[in-house]
Structure formats: C-alpha cells, structure tokens
Design a protein around this ligand. Structure first.
Ligand SMILES: NC(=O)c1ccc[n+]([C@@H]2O[C@H](COP(=O)([O-])OP(=O)(O)OC[C@H]3O[C@@H](n4cnc5c(N)ncnc54)[C@H](OP(=O)(O)O)[C@@H]3O)[C@@H](O)[C@H]2O)c1
Ligand SMILES: Nc1nc(=O)c2c([nH]1)NC[C@@H]1CN(c3ccc(C(=O)N[C@@H](CCC(=O)O)C(=O)O)cc3)CN21
Length: 292
C-alpha cells in the first residue's frame, strides 16, 4: 500500500516573502517620512529560549529596514522601573512598536505591564484594548502567533468556514486569540486545555488542529483525524539521545505526517510567521502614526 505524507505548510518561505514585501514598502516610504519604522523589544532576565527569539527578531528587523531598540534588563528590575521605560517608549516618536518578551521573571506582573503599552504601539496585540477589539470583530493590532497561523492557512487556501477547529492551549499569548480568529473566520471552534478530559476524543474531531500547549509529542497520529490540517505552534528545546539540543513542537511529526493532509514543521513553520507578523504590525503602526 502506498504511504502518503502530508504536504508541508512552509512558514519560513512565506515569512521570507512577507519580509521582502515589507522591505520594498519601507524603502519607498522612508525617504518621504524621514525615518524608518522602529520596534522596541524589552527582555527581562536570561531566558535562553527568549534570547533566540529576540535575536531572530533583530536580524529580521535589520533585513527589512526597521530600526530596533532592544533593551535587556537584569532579572531583578522592578515593575515601576519597567513601567517608566514603557512610558518613555510610548512618547518616543521613533518607536512604532513595543514588545515585552514573555515570560517575565515571577516577581513581575506581566498583565499589569501589558496595560502600560499604548494600544497603538502594541506590536504583540496583547493589550486589553486590542484583545477586546479582536473579541468584538473590530480591526486592530492582532496577536502575532495566531495571526501568523491564519496568514499561513490563507496562503495555502485551507477552507475554514464551517470546519471543526480544535485549539489545544488557552493562553493569552496564543490559544485564546487563536480561537477567536478561527471563530471570526467562521470555523466551529473547540478549546482544549490541561483540565480537559480525554484529549484524544476532542482532537480526533478536528478538521483543523492547532497545538499550542508547550509539551513535546503531546499530539500523536492516533489523535488526528485522517486528512486533517495540523498546525504546530509549540516550540520546545529538547536534548536527544546523543546529547544534542534541538527544537521540537507539540506534535509527533513523524507519525502525524502520515495521516494529516497538511502539517507545519518545527522549526520553519509558525515561528518565522510570528516574526513576520510582528514586523507587519510594526509597519502598520508606522503607517498610522505618520498618516500614510
Ligand atoms: N511558534 C511561535 O511563534 C510561538 C509563539 C508563542 C509560543 N510558542 C510556543 O507555544 C507553546 C505554548 O505557548 P504558550 O505561551 O501559550 O504557553 P502557556 O502559557 O504555558 O500555555 C499552555 C497552554 O497549554 C495547556 N496545556 C498544558 N498541558 C496540556 C495538556 N496536557 N493537554 C492540553 N492542554 C495543555 C495549558 O492549559 P491550562 O490553561 O489549563 O494551564 C495552557 O492553556 C510553547 O511551546 C511556546 O514555546 C510558540
Ligand atoms: N511577548 C511575546 N510575544 C511572543 O510572540 C513570544 C514571547 N513573548 N515569548 C516567547 C514566545 C516564543 N516565540 C517564538 C519562538 C521562536 C520563533 C522562531 O523564529 N523560531 C524559528 C527557529 C528558531 C531557532 O532556530 O532558534 C522556527 O523556525 O521555529 C519565533 C517566535 C514568540 N513568543
């Protein structure tokens, strides 16, 4: 019998295309506006996974012509100090987007800090105003990772209307906005989480399955409906048997690729799309701020 393999949803290639489009737009506008778009990324403490994301973002900014204002603070920085930095960035005319890298050290209240960012500079789409706009179906800055998933599904013309979509995970960063975006696209949406009973019986119904739990190998082939579209948001660093560190998602790729119609790889799937959406949000704030 012929063994089928799922088609790849290539986030890396689409992200590269989006970067090129943004670069062309910036090259054209910058001489007229007199400054490039600016993105400020605040990182607190030393989280190795976060460090990789921060450096990817900086490289991408350089490539497309966005000025990055990276700020790295010691783990012991107080909430008041960070609030002050954010309020300066809110006033800074060179800065169009502000992102606070999550997770923060435990003593800091990330929800309180996200409130402080001016909603028009909220490149991550996590401010209550922007999440509220999403919930109401109004336009606004959208959370980057779920927006990246939607853009990738659109690129491959994956039908969503009336489909059963299952999102595994309910964080503010990924799961919740993901579910809202799928709902906006007229899918029938189920959200599973750590308290859900019998995850397999839920995921087996999914025409579109989005895994965002942060658990390597959580989703295996027998949990996936044959012909489903499977999107792996998880990014987990694991050490394999010969002691080498590598990135894996939440989906057991090998087995699942044999039953799914489409699948995203890790790396090269949603990670690069998140970065592309972050740059796109920054450019859209830049256009708005400069009246273009
Ligand atoms: N590709 C990207 O660009 C990108 C962006 C952001 C994050 N990520 C990755 O995506 C993953 C999730 O990130 P996050 O920030 O959303 O993580 P998070 O805040 O830790 O949330 C994880 C969610 O998964 C749920 N969960 C945990 N164990 C589960 C289980 N056994 N079965 C079902 N649900 C379970 C949790 O449920 P409870 O709510 O009940 O605790 C929670 O809602 C991580 O691997 C992260 O590195 C990737
Ligand atoms: N405020 C905030 N917004 C975020 O979107 C965010 C955070 N914080 N904290 C960390 C998580 C994880 N995120 C990530 C993680 C990896 C890539 C990424 O570009 N991954 C590449 C490979 C990276 C590598 O090889 O090191 C990939 O292909 O998956 C992107 C976003 C975004 N995340």
């Amino acid at each position: 019998m012929e063994i089928k393999t799922a088609k790849l949803l290539d986030g890396k290639a689409l992200a590269a295309k989006i970067h090129q489009e943004l670069a062309a737009m910036i090259a054209q506008l910058q001489p007229k506006i007199g400054r490039p778009p600016g993105l400020a990324v605040l990182m607190v403490g030393d989280n190795p996974a976060s460090a990789a994301y921060v450096s990817n973002k900086e490289k991408a900014c350089t490539k497309v012509g966005i000025a990055s204002f990276g700020k790295h603070f010691p783990a012991a920085t107080t909430l008041t100090e960070l609030e002050e930095v954010i309020s300066e960035l809110n006033q800074d005319q060179r800065v169009d987007g502000i992102l606070v890298q999550l997770p923060l050290p435990n003593h800091l209240d990330s929800i309180a800090l996200l409130h402080q960012i001016a909603p028009d500079k909220d490149a991550d789409g996590l401010h209550p105003v922007n999440l509220g706009r999403l919930a109401r179906g109004e336009s606004g800055l959208r959370s980057c990772t779920p927006a990246g998933v939607m853009r990738l599904l659109e690129e491959y013309k994956i039908p969503l209307v009336g489909k059963q979509a299952v999102v595994v995970g309910r964080s503010i960063l990924v799961g919740k906005p993901m579910a809202l975006m799928l709902l906006e696209a007229n899918a029938t949406v189920t959200i599973a989480h750590s308290r859900s009973h019998d995850l397999k019986s839920i995921t087996q119904n999914a025409d579109i399955l989005i895994a965002a739990a942060g658990i390597p190998g959580l989703i295996t082939a027998e949990m996936v409906k044959p012909g489903a579209v499977v999107v792996d948001v998880g990014i987990n660093r694991v050490t394999d048997s010969n002691g080498k560190s590598r990135l894996v998602g939440d989906i057991d790729f090998q087995s699942t690729a044999k039953v799914a119609e489409y699948i995203t790889p890790v790396p090269g799937g949603i990670g690069p799309m998140t970065v592309a959406m972050l740059l796109q949000n920054t450019v859209s704030s830049y256009l708005r701020a400069t009246g273009n």
